[in-house]
Design a protein around this ligand. Structure first.
Ligand SMILES: CC(C)(COP(=O)(O)OP(=O)(O)OC[C@H]1O[C@@H](n2cnc3c(N)ncnc32)[C@H](O)[C@@H]1OP(=O)(O)O)[C@@H](O)C(=O)NCCC(=O)NCCS
Length: 199
C-alpha cells in the first residue's frame, strides 16, 4: 500500500507529528507573526491570519498531490501547534517514488533550543528511509546566516556539500546539506518511530 494513503502520523518521545488542519490557523499565525520568529525567505513571517490559512490549504493540497508532506508538531502531553517539519519532492517528482527529497522545519520561538526540531527531523528521516525504498538522499538548502538550522542538520549527521553564492535576494549565500541512506548509523536505524496511523 502507498505509505501516504493514510496520513502518516508519527509519535516520538516528546512529540506528536500529525496532519495539519484548517483550524490550526490561529496557532500557526500566533507564532509565525511574532517579531522574534526570525523568518527566512522560505519560511516567511505572517502579518495576516489569511496567510496562515492559505499556507495550511496549500500544504494539504501538496499532500494530496503527493508533492509535500508537512507534519504539524504538538507536544505529546498536549499543546497547541509548536512548529512543523516537511518533506518536499523536487521538480516533477512525487514523494513516494523519488530518490531525493528536501526537508525543512520551523519551531515557535518560545519552544526553541530544546531539541524539538532535531527530534522531529530525526523521526521523519528514519520514517522516510523505512517506507520509501527508492529514497537515497535527503537535503536542505539553508541560508548561510541561519546557524541554528545548520547546527540542527549537523547534529543529525548531514554533510555540507557547498555554498550557493548570493542565492537569496535578502539573505545572500545558501548552504546545501545532505544526508544519504548510507549515512544512517545503527542507533539511528533502531530509532525508527512507531507510526500511530495505518501505513
Ligand atoms: C531552525 C529551527 C527550526 C531550529 O529549531 P530548534 O527546535 O530550536 O532546534 P534544536 O533545539 O533541535 O537545535 C538547535 C540547536 O542550535 C543551537 N542554536 C540556537 N540558536 C543558535 C544560533 N543562533 N547559532 C548557532 N546555534 C544555535 C541550539 O543551542 C541547539 O544546539 P544544541 O542542541 O547543541 O544546544 C528554528 O530556529 C526555527 O524555526 N527558525 C526559523 C525558521 C527556519 O529558519 N527554519 C529552517 C529553514 S531551512
Amino acid at each position: 500500500m502507498n505509505p501516504l494513503f493514510h496520513f502518516p502520523e508519527i509519535s516520538t518521545a516528546r512529540l506528536r507529528l500529525r496532519q495539519p488542519r484548517m483550524n490550526d490557523a490561529d496557532a500557526l499565525f500566533s507564532y509565525r507573526s511574532r517579531d522574534d520568529f526570525s523568518a527566512v525567505a522560505r519560511v516567511p513571517r505572517f502579518t495576516h491570519k489569511w496567510e496562515a490559512e492559505a499556507h495550511i490549504f496549500t500544504t494539504l493540497q501538496g499532500y494530496y498531490q503527493q508533492k509535500k508532506v508537512c507534519w504539524f508538531i504538538e507536544l505529546i502531553d498536549g499543546s497547541p501547534v509548536v512548529g512543523s517539519v516537511s518533506l518536499l519532492a523536487m521538480k516533477d517528482d512525487s514523494i513516494g517514488s523519488s530518490h531525493r527529497l528536501e526537508i525543512s522545519s520551523e519551531i515557535s520561538p518560545e519552544y526553541r533550543s530544546k531539541g524539538l526540531a532535531t527530534e522531529a527531523k530525526k523521526a521523519i528521516i528514519s520514517w522516510a528511509f523505512l517506507v520509501f525504498p527508492s529514497l537515497r538522499r535527503i537535503h536542505s538548502e539553508i541560508a548561510a546566516s541561519n546557524t541554528a538550522s545548520i547546527h540542527v542538520n549537523e547534529k543529525l549527521g548531514f554533510q555540507k556539500e557547498g555554498r550557493l553564492r548570493a542565492f537569496e535576494a535578502q539573505e545572500g549565500d545558501v548552504v546545501v546539506m545532505s544526508f544519504l541512506r548510507e549515512d544512517q548509523t545503527e542507533p539511528n536505524k533502531a530509532l525508527v518511530p512507531k507510526p500511530t496511523a495505518q501505513l
